[in-house]
Design a protein around this ligand. Structure first.
Ligand code: FAD
Length: 322
């Protein structure tokens, strides 16, 4: 019997575990994957992108029931082991009603101001580097980012300068990276092979390194890997989730807890709620709206790619920590 079970060890689960660790409660984090191995293939583009070495081999079905292999990573630290660590805050407008092409997204029950202080906390935890207000769409905060912005590579800096001359506002992405003490003025380094790759040098501000390892320093926090949650069970009147059913080494078992926190990622959290059907909840849990698992959206990404024939100078990186 646990006080708190947290499902998933990604950005949400690991950070929640760290935040609750000093409560003294008996906390279990259940993670379906294992640790990402630190190996030379971590930085091998063919292994990572062509052979999909680190994504799940599970197949999902698209809306035409055609199987496909999703770009999902099931491992300790979740997708943050592979993310680009560009750590933006949501904008104030995101919490308000927004009219999209396909319909209206209703206002959230909370506002940006309700989360503001937690954003700051998270930026500290994930070692975010950036320059406040250099992005004109960023909400105001009088406290600077915890670390100075990462400088651009020399050629990119030239592009930035030219864009400024045209009246544009290019800015340094807020990036979560925890430089090692030896990576100071004299040691040149780059963040080459960062977005999409696990960071063998362990500088990426990911949930495993920034939150989970700190949470696990507390004796009341336990991590169970290679353990997949299959369904959630409620108490008799359906007011509360009290049990989770897990599969571990081919065996199925039931774990009980006073509180269950579902942080298995946007898709798998919804899938688990839908899988947890019962006589009382024929549409799955928390789904009286029939909206669980619907209206999933992905962020818009536009990239400008230019090929440059001259070798890059990394001189600028040498000065970054001066
Ligand atoms: C290549 C890539 C680049 C990205 N770049 C950025 C970026 O630059 N900036 C940004 O903000 N975001 C980025 N993201 C997105 C970001 O990684 C996710 O938004 C974030 O990790 C979500 O956190 P989460 O805790 O909700 O889920 P996850 O991090 O996905 O964690 C969920 C965890 O739950 C586990 N789990 C799932 N189902 C079960 C189950 N049934 N039982 C037990 N455990 C389970 C998973 O194994 C996983 O560890 C990127 C993602 C990818 C893949």
């Amino acid at each position: 019997m646990y006080d708190i079970i947290i499902i998933g060890s990604g950005a949400g689960g690991a950070t929640m575990a760290y935040r609750l660790a000093d409560s003294g409660k008996k906390i279990l984090i259940v993670e379906r994957g294992d640790y990402v191995p630190v190996e030379k293939e971590n930085w091998d583009s063919v292994e990572v992108f062509e052979k999909n070495r680190y994504t799940t081999t599970d197949l999902w079905l698209d809306k035409h029931d055609k199987p496909f292999r999703p770009g999902m990573h099931y491992n300790v630290g979740g997708n943050t082991k592979f993310y680009g660590a560009a750590l933006f805050r949501l904008r104030e407008e995101d919490f308000k009603e927004i009219k999209h092409y396909g319909g209206v997204s209703p206002a959230w029950p909370i506002q940006y101001q309700d989360l503001k202080e937690y954003y700051l906390e998270a930026e500290k935890l994930f070692h975010v580097h950036g320059k406040r207000s250099s992005d004109p769409t960023e909400p105001f905060d009088s406290e600077p980012y915890p670390n100075p912005p990462l400088p651009h590579e020399a050629r990119i800096q030239e592009v930035v300068d030219e864009l400024f001359n045209y009246g544009w506002h290019p800015f340094n992405l807020p990036i979560g990276v925890n430089f090692k003490p030896h990576e100071t003025a004299n040691a040149p380094y780059t963040l080459d092979r960062f977005d999409g790759f696990p960071d063998a040098a362990e500088r990426k501000g990911d949930a495993h390194l920034c939150s989970l390892t700190k949470a696990l320093e507390y004796s009341n926090v336990e991590l169970m890997v290679n353990t997949k949650v299959l369904r959630l069970n409620t108490n008799e009147d359906g007011s509360k989730i009290t049990e989770i059913v897990v599969e571990q080494n081919g065996e199925t078992k039931t774990l009980t807890s006073d509180l269950v926190i579902l942080s298995a990622g946007a898709i798998n959290s919804a899938a688990l709620l839908l899988e947890s059907k019962s006589e009382k909840f024929p549409n799955g849990l928390a789904n009286s709206s029939d909206q669980v698992g619907r209206n999933y959206m992905f962020h818009q990404n536009t990239a400008l790619v230019a090929l440059y024939t001259e070798t890059q100078s990394y001189e600028i990186w040498k000065n970054i920590r001066n």
